[in-house]
Design a protein around this ligand. Structure first.
Ligand SMILES: *Cc1c(COP(=O)(O)O)cnc(C)c1O
Length: 376
């Protein structure tokens, strides 16, 4: 049984994703975030996500921040890359470009490694750059590139960073909970970032970093921002308790997130979620190919999170109108694209199954036939 029948609209976007009714229901209450009744929930969430990340108690800590993933990226770069450091970013998609802009606006020195946006970055891309420039202190990269759907090889990049004795920061926002990553095996990784509203299928509103305690403490005082200072988030927790938020949190989203984590565990955790999303993405990919719509990346490079396809080149194809036609039939996709060529990006994540994807594909096909009627 597909899950989307429970809702009027099927969200096929990279996030916030389709959620389960149990998750949404947890929001329908007034909650005092600093009350002792809620503190154990918040403290538990921190431990649960640290465990999902493979973090080690006493070595890694969950440092949440109100808001979105970009806020978390900025906080992590401010708090971990020193003002005299040098940050290498493999550039192969729009979220890598966003990361580069964040780092540049903060005033950090950025080295860009330009790569094609149709394949993931690998160990052999990163290693020679690190060898050639000993001043590079950190490597920051996007695990799952939401712009195109490719996946950078996190384990391989980590290996290159570890061998070269540098530090790593990972934007795992559209990957965490689905793609495998185990912090215990990556001592070079200072922080891994994600949000409540993507593969963990919670509501939007909270960003998380699972970070190394030693790295955060070693760099305390350098953030240049109180709000985006992860060392201060940690200091607050050590002072006021791990159930205490520094400033007012989106507390209903946190309550929902706790339920979303229960559902994540019940499904079988990361391997099960990865398998479901993989099946969703494969169903979409093969379905579009069968429809004559060309995917943006090869099947080998196609990750399980986002399927990006070229827009039909027929001049009659009007993308905004197509998106509206899909929506009128209950299928919602992004109304913009962030690849060089005009594409459509379709999310394979959220509380959806391959059966939902097949229903969606029927809608894609109907609307396409309507947009491009065959010549008589
Ligand atoms: C969604 C996403 C973000 C953060 O987006 P926000 O809108 O700021 O929450 C960051 N990186 C990647 C790869 C993403 O997919």
């Amino acid at each position: 049984m597909g899950l989307a029948w429970l809702c009027a609209m099927m969200l096929l976007i990279p996030g916030p994703v389709q959620t389960r009714p149990e998750t949404r229901a947890a929001m329908a209450q007034d909650i005092a975030p600093w009350d002792h009744g809620f503190r154990p929930t918040y403290a538990r969430i921190r431990e649960r996500v640290r465990d999902i990340a493979g973090g080690i108690a006493g070595e890694h800590v969950t440092l949440p921040l109100q808001g979105c993933g970009h806020f978390m990226m900025e906080a992590a770069i401010r708090s971990l890359v020193p003002p005299n450091g040098k940050l290498l970013i493999p550039m192969n998609g729009s979220y890598a470009s966003r990361m580069e802009r964040i780092a540049r606006e903060i005033g950090r020195d950025v080295v860009k490694l330009d790569l094609p946006d149709t394949r993931g970055a690998r160990e052999e891309d990163i290693a020679p750059v690190l060898a050639a420039d000993p001043a590079i202190s950190h490597v920051s990269f996007v695990y799952s590139e939401t712009g195109s759907g490719i996946v950078n090889d996190a384990a391989g990049i980590g290996r290159a960073v570890r061998k070269a004795g540098r530090r790593m920061i990972m934007d795992g926002v559209s990957a965490f909970g689905a793609l495998p990553f185990n912090l215990a095996e990556h001592p070079e990784c200072d922080a891994l970032m994600f949000t409540s509203g993507k593969c963990l299928e919670g509501m939007p509103g909270i960003g998380f970093a699972v970070a190394r305690i030693d790295s955060i403490k070693a760099r305390a005082g350098q953030a240049g921002s109180w709000c985006f200072d992860l060392a201060d988030v940690l200091a607050h927790a050590e002072r006021a308790g791990f159930g205490s938020f520094r400033f007012t949190p989106p507390v209903q989203a946190l309550a929902a997130f706790d339920v979303a984590l229960d559902l994540f565990d019940a499904e079988g955790g990361q391997p099960a979620r990865h398998a479901r999303y993989r099946a969703n993405a494969d169903t979409l990919y093969d379905g579009f190919v069968a429809m004559g719509i060309k995917p943006y990346v090869t099947k080998a490079e196609q990750g399980p999170i986002i399927v990006t396809v070229h827009q039909p080149s027929d001049p009659r194809f009007d993308f905004p109108r197509y998106v509206e036609a899909l929506k009128a039939r209950g299928v919602l996709i992004s109304n913009f694209w962030n690849t060089a060529e005009p594409t459509m990006r379709i999310g394979a994540i959220g509380a959806l199954t391959p059966e939902d994807m097949r229903r969606a594909l029927a809608v894609f096909r109907e609307c396409l036939a309507e947009a491009l009627p065959a010549a008589a």
